[in-house]
Design a binder for this molecule. Structure first.
Ligand code: BG6
Length: 485
């Protein structure tokens, strides 16, 4: 039930996520009049700063990361007035007292956004508890990484659960805040025409690609311990897969949606050591060029030797009645030729072509949901090429383009965190990940990593600016499928 809070507490407020995403998102909400009038935003981190210095940093973040022309002086000033700062060493329980004092009456509701090093999770929760900041009017949002496998994720979840029950725990997967991801649900469940075809009788295969051009972006220490499988597949890509594959929920609410997603995540077929060669490819980029610019290899960028994968492709199966026999090909990598995030659904061919005798070839229909760089929804259908057909009929694949950019040209495209922060402030957990989902995700990912170890998998090299190791192409071509690029 929506239940607005009047304080938002940002742990890690001097960090990169706060600067790039959280403060600009909160500004965006404020400028649209969506933040509660009395909402105060308290930043906290270890660095000693006073309120003015924090506001100065926030102003700089807005200047750097908001789109040109979006920052308006009066709104910026109003926004900055909401901010204050408390320096805090999470390992010192006594330092939480200042926080309690600054927050004042917690009965007016507090939402905490925790984005700190994993080692600080438990001490932070303990400090909040000791300071009386875990009461029924306090909710907690958690940003990844929340563990590196099922066991460590359970430990973190247990320590959070000791202070915050599941209904007050909001686990963030920022992909769920993306407009096109939510649009996938509208497409599937607000239209009659897709759902009858949305199964193994009519869908040949699904591809989910998240290609990035960026490399380590200064996050080497975290990334090298994670790798592409844990950084991207465990969370974002499995959430996308679950939304594509799930049954219609009874309601668009936290229980309805998450109950259906978790069933899919639990139906993922484990990948065993003997399946690795045919179901999985890992890669690590070497020096290459992107957009004509030379970029260093992973080892060079990291500054030390490593066998961490920066690319992974997996052939997954959802073992249930609806999806039996339909491969879900997942692929993600750093330093790919272009930024390209999409869900590609290929339908089966028509059962019989009445045009074949007239020389025409039909292609199976495809539905392409583009997330980045542009938000698009495109259905590829067959159409007749204009003409008198004296030499036979010519058919061609043409796109039925939903043209979201034009249809909603009057709407500002929001940062994914805007949606998630507003839902957190208002208390709607629908777009946050429940513990059972996270655990099902980790269980499947742990299985793959165990299979890698058993099979002695080492990442294959690929040059920066290419689509990964050639084995990734073979992974789908073996099934007669090409990656859509
Ligand atoms: C993060 C990963 O969760 O998602 C990053 O840690 C990755 O490595 C990022 O770059 C991608 O997010 P987006 O929204 O840019 O696709």
């Amino acid at each position: 039930m929506p239940d607005k809070v009047s304080t938002l507490l940002l742990f890690g407020a001097t960090g990169d996520l706060a600067r790039r995403m959280l403060l600009p998102s909160l500004y965006g909400l404020d400028s649209d009049g969506l933040l509660p009038d009395d909402l105060r935003i308290i930043g906290t981190a270890r660095t000693e700063l006073d309120d003015d210095a924090f506001r100065g940093r926030a102003r700089e973040a807005l200047e750097t990361y908001l789109p040109a022309g979006f920052a308006q002086t009066d709104v910026v000033e109003r926004f900055l007035k909401r901010l204050s700062y408390v320096a805090l060493d999470a390992t010192q329980p006594a330092s939480f007292a200042k926080l309690t004092q600054t927050i004042g009456d917690i009965n007016r509701g507090v939402a905490i956004f925790l984005s700190t090093a994993p080692s600080l999770f438990s001490p932070t929760i303990a400090g909040l508890e000791a300071a009386g900041l875990t009461s029924a009017r306090v909710r907690m949002a958690l940003e990844k990484p929340l563990g590196s496998d099922l066991i460590s994720s359970r430990e973190i979840n247990d320590s959070v659960a000791a202070a915050f029950p599941e209904e007050r725990t909001f686990r963030i997967d920022h992909y769920l805040g993306k407009e096109t991801v939510q649009n996938l649900l509208a497409l599937r469940f607000a239209n009659l025409m897709f759902e009858p075809l949305w199964n193994s009788s009519h869908i040949d295969h699904v591809q989910i690609s998240v290609a990035e051009t960026v490399g380590l972006e200064g996050r080497g220490d975290y990334y090298d311990g994670a790798g592409a499988l844990r950084d991207m597949v465990q969370n974002h890509m499995l959430q996308l897969l679950a939304l594509v594959a799930m049954e219609p929920p009874t309601n668009f609410d936290a229980t309805g949606v998450r109950d259906e997603k978790v069933k899919i995540l639990r139906s993922l077929r484990p990948i065993k050591a003997e399946d690795i060669d045919t179901h999985c490819v890992t890669g690590q980029f070497t020096r290459g060029a992107i957009d004509g610019e030379t970029v260093p290899g992973y080892i060079e960028e990291l500054g030390r030797d490593s066998t961490t994968e920066t690319f992974v492709a997996v052939k997954a199966h959802v073992d249930n009645w609806r999806w039996a026999g339909v491969p879900f090909y997942l692929r993600t990598g750093k330093r790919m030729p272009k930024r390209h995030t999409e869900i590609f659904i290929q339908f089966k061919s028509v059962p019989y072509s009445i045009f074949a005798a007239r020389g025409a070839r039909t292609q199976p229909n495809k539905l392409i949901i583009g997330l980045q760089p542009e938000e698009t929804i495109r259905l590829l259908v067959m159409a007749k090429t204009p003409g008198l057909d004296r030499d036979g009929i010519r058919l061609r694949e043409v796109p039925l383009d939903l043209g979201l950019a034009n249809a909603f040209a009057d709407r500002r495209r929001r940062i994914a965190y805007e949606r998630l922060l507003l839902d957190l402030i208002e208390g709607d957990p629908t777009l946050f990940v429940r513990r059972d989902e996270v655990e099902a995700q980790w269980a499947w990912i742990d299985g793959i990593r165990a299979a890698w170890s058993a099979a002695g998998v080492a990442p294959k090299s690929y040059a920066a600016g290419t689509w990964g190791p050639s084995a990734a192409i073979a992974l789908t071509e073996r099934d007669g499928v090409s990656w859509h690029e």
